[in-house]
Design a protein around this ligand. Structure first.
Ligand code: TEU
Length: 585
């Protein structure tokens, strides 16, 4: 079991300057997300594993991160790369063993790094014993652990249109699967191998709480809660509105932040987290969450979760669906993030992210992955880390990794991409158009193997990688980045350090400036008599920021920047600077 624990209140209270015992430790922390399948393969089977992660802990320590979030490593048929769990308290042999996990946690703790596990409890795998039992008979004691419903009245079970509601699944097709044996349907908001658990049933909730306590006893330091705002559904399960040209109804209004969501999260907190608040981190992934809802979820007085992942800012370049790719507008990004900063200023807390295992690479999306790759990656890191909230770094972001050059549908592995391609082409879309949107938004962009060095498989595996390594690994890789003091890696390391050394980064008030400016992202942070200015040029052309006191600002201390020795009136292409000054209160 775990030898070193981070439960020491002295650590828990936060060691960063400016944080008193009343300020949670995670305000001055940075979280690093590892997608185990793609991080480091220790046994040559082409799939990353736990021992691989353990072997890279020194790298993470050098980067300076405080928390490691592990995407799922539990036993799973891997229909959705582990987000379909068949045993909540084990480790899939693909990734190693429980002993390997204990070793990873101990190694992280020795380096002062906490470990947060992915908690996927909106659904299980259809191969989970709970579902196997639920499916076995309409009289099974676990029948009600999932959402079983008869066919729509007046229809023939199994025929198209007989589904109990018209909801579509996130992975294309209907959200209901017909079960031949019983003639009923079960609900799956994601793949048909991910049946939704019925949280209305108190036995389900008790089983989940017990499992969470089991992980805390094992030494983990918190949970990232997968689609946790989908666990409460409107039990009447109404049909959703079918968008123009769409094939299915939108069930979102009936399962996003449903009627009992706050009750379920408060109960989970009381049953699992209460008494350990000072040491744990809980973050709820919440597609479709609004600022107003997020304020309730993260209000410390309500004891629900510490912070949420919202999706607005990663939707600014998407239209009716994620595959409807729109041109990026900086003003839309600032409008969204600025509103979240203001909305959670007095109560609640933001999580800050550009990337995760579901999003395309940010340098390809909002930056310039060509000529200005390094500089724009540093700019994006600077802007994100200077917002108020807890930043999350997704593996490879600290190297400026880019979207992958997928040539054809055969190059994709993700169930979402593969299903979407099939459905869209069946419905008459041009294959080339579907591929173009998959290249822009597909999740496999984030999942190409971590680039450790310039060797043929980027040092990720000695075998054949499960998803092709990006060809740019010959120049974009950790070995080169660590050796180069001007790399994206060292810039991220300095940003993480700045959060510890400059209290205004963690705790200062946020004020957005120049909201209408199409290329300049500028804002201030203020704590006591210290004021910071973050100013960034989201373009390949020089620009003079249109700030009234710019002449004064640019002569103040430069805390961090991405163009050496720069202090001129113009920001160079993709230049970002953070200035600091004292002000009379
Ligand atoms: O994702 C939730 C989610 O709604 C989306 O971000 C999802 O990635 C999809 O692209 C919607 O179009 C979480 C996990 O992060 C994701 O990897 C899982 O596939 C999903 O839940 C189901 O567990």
């Amino acid at each position: 079991m775990i030898s070193v624990s981070l439960a020491d209140p002295a650590v828990a209270a936060g060691s960063g300057p400016g944080t008193g015992p009343e300020v949670p430790w995670w305000t001055s922390s940075v979280v690093y997300q590892v997608y185990p399948r793609s991080f480091a393969d220790s046994d040559g089977d082409g799939i990353g594993d736990l021992r691989g992660i353990t072997s890279r802990l020194d790298y993470l320590e050098q980067l300076g991160i405080d928390v490691l979030w592990l995407s799922p490593i539990y036993p799973s048929p891997q229909d959705d790369n582990g987000y379909d769990i068949s045993d909540y308290t084990g480790v899939d042999p693909l990734f190693g063993s429980l002993a390997d996990l204990d070793e990873l946690i101990a190694g992280a703790h020795e380096r002062g790094i906490r470990v947060v596990m992915d908690l996927v409890v909106n659904h299980t795998s259809d191969e989970h014993p709970w579902f196997v039992e639920s499916r076995s008979s309409v009289d099974s004691p676990k029948r009600d652990w999932y959402w079983w419903r008869p066919a729509r009245p007046g229809t023939t079970p199994g025929e198209p249109g007989a589904e109990p509601t018209n909801w579509g699944s996130f992975f294309s097709g209907p959200a209901w699967e017909h079960d031949e044996a019983s003639g009923e349907y079960y609900l799956h908001l994601f793949s048909r191998k991910q049946p939704d658990l019925n949280w209305e049933n108190p036995e389900v909730r008790r089983a989940i709480h017990q499992m969470m306590r089991w992980w805390l006893d094992r030494g983990v330091d918190g949970f990232r809660m997968d689609v946790i705002n989908m666990i409460s559904k409107d039990v009447s399960l109404p049909d959703g509105v079918v968008p123009e040209g769409g094939t299915h109804g939108d069930g979102g209004p009936f399962f996003l932040c449903g009627p009992r969501i706050h009750e379920f999260l408060a109960e989970m907190h009381a049953e699992v987290v209460a008494g350990h608040e000072a040491t744990l981190l809980t973050v709820g992934e919440m597609p479709g969450v609004t600022v107003e809802q997020a304020r309730l979820f993260t209000d410390p007085a309500r004891h629900e979760v510490d912070m949420v992942f919202q999706f607005e800012h990663v939707g600014v370049d998407q239209g009716a669906s994620k595959w409807d790719v729109l041109p990026f507008r900086l003003t839309a990004l600032k409008e969204s993030l600025g509103r979240w900063q203001a909305g959670l200023a007095a109560t609640g807390w933001n999580s800050l992210y550009w990337n995760n295992h579901d999003q395309p690479r940010v340098v390809s999306r909002f930056g310039d992955d060509g000529e200005h790759r390094v500089r724009s990656a540093k700019l994006l890191g600077t802007v994100l880390h200077l917002h108020r909230g807890t930043p999350y770094v997704y593996q490879g972001e600290e190297l400026g990794m880019t979207n992958a050059p997928f040539a054809s549908i055969e190059d994709f592995r993700d169930i979402e991409a593969v299903n979407h391609y099939r459905h869209a082409v069946e419905l008459g879309e041009q294959p080339a158009d579907v591929l173009a949107s998959l290249r822009a938004m597909g999740r496999d962009n984030a999942r190409t193997p971590m680039q450790w060095d310039a060797s043929p498989n980027a040092g990720f595996t000695t075998g054949t990688p499960w998803l092709a390594v990006h060809p740019d690994h010959t120049s974009v890789n950790a070995e080169a980045a660590v050796a180069d003091p001007d790399s994206v890696f060292h810039h991220y390391r300095r940003l993480i350090g700045l959060r510890k050394s400059e209290p205004a980064v963690a705790l200062g008030d946020f004020t957005m400036l120049l909201p209408e400016d199409p290329v300049v992202y500028a804002f201030t942070r203020r704590l006591g008599d210290v004021e910071l200015l973050c100013v960034a040029n989201f373009s390949g052309e020089p620009v003079r920021p249109d700030l009234p006191d710019w002449e004064e600002w640019r002569r103040t201390d430069l805390l961090i920047g991405n163009v050496a020795g720069s202090s001129g009136a113009e920001l160079a292409a993709w230049e970002a600077r953070v200035h600091r000054r004292r002000r009379d209160s």
